[in-house]
Design a protein around this ligand. Structure first.
Ligand code: ADP
Ligand code: MG
Length: 708
């Protein structure tokens, strides 16, 4: 029994404790003196199961007790930490029946109220005389207040002897006080610090004046002053980012520079005719990114390029052009999309033109029939089929190509790294183009996409009128419907987007059906359709086709329409419960309208209780700039959500924040890329430690170093 437990904890600590494995550091934290099963369970919630993980539990910040403000000097808007005693506490309900716990806190200078909404766990928690450390933003509601602040109950009796005025703030753990964490960390440091191996090259440590690993760990938990703590934290931040960038540098080398691809040079045999058939001219932006793509394809290195462009900026046609160039060179081209709707749309939209210019293009999805499938597989294997559009079905084992020259992945964030790799492996070093309509803040392109070259399609085709976004409350619903009705009468179309219900597909379906019924009742003279994720894809397809042919006036939908759907006459959208969506998602949804020259409106139907989401929603209403929204999203949600490093096969960032630690990121990137440029296999003795550390962290996952 003990053995199994051990092995498990080893596997875990490999992921998160930097450096080579060390038996002592893999000791389950529960075996540490003073840590019983209860504490161990609390620690597990913040990802700490071993002694090593406890040592690397980095405080989020530090409070210097000698420098906190007296309560009387607090001003509204300040983000602060203060110390004070509980003078009184109470529980009550607000007028809107929310439960509220309130606590009056004071020091020698004055008092402030702290209130928490919907925190039944805090009922009865506070007693007069208790000393609190409270952190939050000062607001005012009758008196000065903290709303939902974080806090610690201080307990002098349990304070460590010799601990000084700097108090580390650890990631929140329910029921685990700073003091308890500090005690456990102290024990772990005393017993195990000697066993922690160095993981950074001495050269780099010296260059930046960073402390060695043991000093670093001692300091982050028990700093002499805030500056020392910052330096120690910076070392860990730098190290984390350095290894991330090192993986990217290796990937880039292997995927781009060290691999010989085919030279695919535009001949014009197909592309010239394609241009003639297009109903529009390429924009300058499209020509520019196309030139970048074609230059990569024409060189003998492998293309690994990310094409970013806002929704509706016209990326697909650019990708298609590149695919034609691949076909001109007697190679095949594949485009993979995340949903069947999207794959079908690409195919349906472009196959007539492709047929006219004599390209054999086909579609492969989960619902392609067995007979057609067999024939299609044969055509791909023989090279007769030149171009293929499809979904995940493309990466099935049975699919093989004669000579795959170019792989395009649309809306790539929907795919995992392994899926992308699986498609690439169907060719011999094909060129690779990934597209995303979710604009990515620059910092992120340096991290998760740091091994790709980037093209940005900045402008949209001329004649587009920006969508007007309105935030509307429930009581105005009838007015909105009247307005929609009028525009529908003149031939325009509308989307109704159902509330997102993440927890349950079943509930989501129920709510979609309800919305559908409501909309039908509200628009009795209109033809209303419904699409949702539980439908068979042919049914979904059929509804989209009806909409496109204007046999439907309104389409009620869940987020399945989020990505890429292109219906030019849809000019209205109503989003129910917009507060449940992220900014990026809302932006994608709104991108479904405003695709013609007509003025389009997007209505966000908010419920009175969604006031908390107002900042986000009004920002959304104020701009249609996808890049600005992406930055805001990152700021509001924190980078972790957006990064999804693990999905990219990259190490998780546990300490660094690529937004606030931008400068460190830039340095780490420069250093890592330079190291790989000078010593691609890390063979030099001075890089040995780095090589070993990297190998230990990626033990058993070496394939992730290879794929993009
Ligand atoms: P996205 O970048 O969101 O994938 P699409 O490629 O779907 O955008 O393009 C959106 C619409 O704009 C399509 O209907 C497409 O045919 C059209 N389009 C693309 N390029 C141009 C252009 N240069 N001028 C006018 N319309 C264009
Ligand atoms: Mg697209």
């Amino acid at each position: 029994m003990g053995e199994v437990g051990n092995r498990e904890s080893k596997a875990k600590s490999l992921k998160s404790v930097p450096g080579q494995r060390h038996p002592g550091l893999d000791t389950p934290v529960q075996y540490l003196k003073g840590v019983g099963p209860k504490r161990a369970a609390q620690l597990a919630k913040v990802g700490v199961t071993t002694v090593g993980e406890l040592l690397f539990l980095v405080p989020r910040r530090y409070v210097d007790r000698s420098r906190t403000l007296p309560i009387a000097r607090l001003r509204v808007g300040d983000e602060v930490t203060v110390f004070g005693r509980v003078m009184a506490s109470s529980e009550r309900r607000t007028r809107t029946f929310k439960r509220l716990v309130s606590c009056m806190v004071g020091d020698e200078s004055g008092t402030i109220e702290a209130v928490w909404f919907n925190r039944p766990d805090l009922a009865g928690r506070f007693r007069p005389g208790q000393e609190l450390m409270i952190s939050g933003k000062v607001t005012a509601y009758r008196t000065k207040q903290f709303v939902n602040p974080t806090f610690e109950v201080l307990d002098r009796a349990r304070e460590l002897p010799g601990a000084n005025a700097i108090i580390p703030v650890y990631p929140l753990t329910e029921g685990l006080s700073v003091w308890a964490v500090r005690r456990m960390v102290r024990t772990a440091l005393d017993k195990y610090l000697e066993q922690v191996p160095e993981t950074m090259s001495r050269e780099l440590l010296e260059h930046y004046g960073f402390p060695d690993i043991r000093r670093t760990l001692e300091t982050i938990h028990f700093p002499r002053d805030v500056r020392a703590a910052e330096r120690a934290r910076n070392r860990l931040v730098y190290e984390e980012l350095f290894y991330l960038e090192l993986v990217l540098a290796l990937r880039r080398r292997r995927n781009t520079l060290a691999r010989k691809g085919s030279r695919l040079v535009e001949t014009g045999v197909l592309t010239a005719r394609f241009r003639e058939k297009l109903p529009f001219q390429f924009t300058r932006g499209q020509e520019k990114v196309l030139a970048e793509i074609l230059a990569d394809m024409a060189s003998d290195r492998c293309m690994n390029r990310l094409l970013q462009g806002d929704v509706g900026s016209g990326k697909t046609v650019v990708a298609l052009y590149a695919m034609l160039v691949a076909c001109e060179n007697r190679t095949q081209a594949a485009m993979m999309a995340p949903t069947e709707i999207l794959a079908c749309q690409h195919f349906a939209g472009w196959s007539p033109v492709l047929r006219e210019i004599g390209v054999e293009a086909r579609l492969l999805t989960g619902s392609t029939k067995a007979r057609e499938r067999r024939e299609l597989f044969a055509g791909l294997a023989s090279g007769k089929v030149q171009m293929i559009f499809g979904t995940h079905a493309l990466i099935e084992e049975k699919v093989s190509f004669d000579r795959l020259g170019l792989v395009v992945v649309d809306e790539q964030h929907r795919f995992g790294v392994m899926q992308r790799a699986a498609l690439l492996n169907k060719g011999r070093n094909p060129d690779f183009l990934v597209m995303t309509a979710t604009p990515i803040p620059r910092t992120l392109t340096l991290t998760v996409y740091g091994d790709l070259d980037t093209s940005i399609l900045a402008e949209k085709p001329a004649g587009r009128v920006p969508v007007v976004t309105r935030i509307v409350t429930e009581d105005k619903r009838a007015t909105v419907y009247e307005y929609f009705e009028k525009r529908i009468a003149s031939g325009e179309q509308a989307f109704f987007v159902c509330p997102l219900i993440e927890e349950s597909e079943k509930l989501e379906l129920a709510s979609a059906v309800r919305t559908y019924e409501d909309v039908r009742a509200a628009f009795p003279r209109r033809r209303v359709g419904l699409v949702h994720g539980r439908m068979r894809s042919e049914e979904r397809q059929e509804q989209m086709e009806l909409l496109r042919q204007k046999k439907l006036d309104i389409l009620v939908s869940t987020t399945v329409i989020e990505v890429g759907v292109d219906i030019p006459d849809a000019t209205m959208m109503l989003i129910e419960h917009p507060e449940r969506f992220g900014l990026a998602q809302l932006h994608q949804l709104r991108g479904r309208i405003g695709r013609s020259g007509k003025r389009s409106v997007c209505v966000l139907m908010i419920q009175p209780e969604s006031v908390e989401a107002m900042e986000r929603l009004s920002y959304f209403a104020s701009t249609t700039d996808g890049f600005a929204l992406a930055e805001k999203d990152a700021e509001l949600r924190g980078p972790g959500q957006i990064l999804g490093t693990r999905q990219h096969g990259l190490p998780d960032l546990r300490i660094a924040d690529p937004f606030t630690d931008r400068e460190m990121l830039a340095r780490a990137r420069r250093d890592a890329f330079r190291m790989i440029e000078l010593d691609p296999y890390l063979r030099e003795p001075r890089h040995e430690l780095v090589r070993k550390t990297l190998a230990a962290r990626y033990a058993g996952r070496e394939e992730l170093l290879r794929v993009g």
